[in-house]
Structures are given as structure tokens and as C-alpha cells.
Design a protein around this ligand. Structure first.
Ligand SMILES: [Zn+2]
Length: 174
């Protein structure tokens, strides 16, 4: 079991583009999935993308139910995910383990069609909606160096980023 440090804004590593996984069945990917799951449950969060622990591969774990259902775990692993269709609109209050303490209403597609590989290397396709669709869009944005605060209106975004940068500086010096 390895709980990894989760990188926080404005760490430039959060802006890196993750690479496609060549072999989902490899031991190194199995270990990465385990580290992501351990770190997500420890945080605790409902999703974690590999770049958030400084690994630039297209791997995400989610469990959007365990905190509501008496701690019963329902881990999902998404390797090389691709969203092929976005539909509708929904607003959820989002937070992020890489932007601690900030919660903002974010507008995203309410339904998505997604394909992904599992840990055996098989490819799947399915539709997701509402909270699960939102959580997946949030996590997959991390694979292209995007954070949920980038989706805020420009003025709000500017103020918030300034505040977060200041907070980081204080944390480093104080
Ligand atoms: Zn996040």
C-alpha cells in the first residue's frame, strides 16, 4: 500500500499532458492503479488521475459511491479513456484534491459516451450521466492538464488563481 503525495495548484506538473498507456496489463500499471486507489481513499476523494501524483499516463480511478454507502468500495479503473459524445448540460458544485478547500459550481455535459480499456486490456464503451458523467469529465481533464477552476468565468478565475498563488507562497515561506 502506497499513499502518494497529491500535487496541488499551482504545481506546473498539473499542466502536463498524460501519455497513452501501451500495455494496460503490465505490472507497472497494476502498481500505479493500486497507488491511485490507496491515495484516493486516504485523501478521501471520489476520483484521482495519475498526473495528480506526478505520473503522466492516461490512468484514472473513481469511486463515486463509497462515501455514501457505508464505506462499501466500488473502485472503477479507466485506462486510455476517450469521450466520443457529449450531451446536455448540468451544474454541479465541484472540488478537487489538487485545489484543496475550493468548491465552485461548474457547468458540464450531463451525459457522455465513453470508451476505455480495463486492466486486462479489453476495450469497453458505455454511456454515463449526471454525477458519474461529471466526475469522469473532471478526472479526464487532468489527463490534458486542465483543472476545474479553468472552467470558471474569466474574472472569477483570475481572482481565485491570484488567491491560491498567494496562499501557496505563504505556505512555502511561513
Ligand atoms: Zn481534480
Amino acid at each position: 500500500m502506497a499513499i502518494c503525495e497529491i500535487l496541488t495548484y499551482p504545481d506546473p506538473a498539473l499542466r502536463e499532458i498524460a501519455q497513452t498507456v501501451d500495455n494496460p496489463q503490465s505490472e507497472s500499471v497494476r502498481q500505479l492503479v493500486q497507488d491511485l486507489a490507496d491515495s484516493m481513499y486516504d485523501a478521501p476523494g471520489v476520483g484521482l488521475a495519475a498526473p495528480q501524483i506526478g505520473v503522466f499516463l492516461r490512468v484514472v480511478v473513481t469511486d463515486t459511491r463509497w462515501r455514501e454507502e457505508d464505506g462499501i468500495r466500488d473502485l472503477h479503473v479507466w485506462i486510455n479513456p476517450e469521450i466520443s459524445h457529449f450531451e446536455g448540460e448540468v451544474v454541479f458544485e465541484e472540488g478537487c484534491l489538487s485545489v484543496p478547500g475550493i468548491y465552485e459550481d461548474i457547468k458540464r455535459a450531463s451525459a457522455i459516451t465513453l470508451s476505455w480499456s480495463d486492466q486486462d486490456g479489453s476495450r469497453h464503451e458505455a454511456n454515463f450521466n449526471d454525477f458519474q458523467a461529471v466526475a469522469l469529465q473532471h478526472e479526464f481533464d487532468h489527463l490534458v492538464g486542465k483543472l476545474f477552476i479553468d472552467l470558471l468565468p474569466p474574472i472569477k478565475q483570475k481572482l481565485l488563481k491570484k488567491r491560491l498563488q498567494k496562499r501557496k507562497k505563504q505556505a512555502l515561506t511561513g
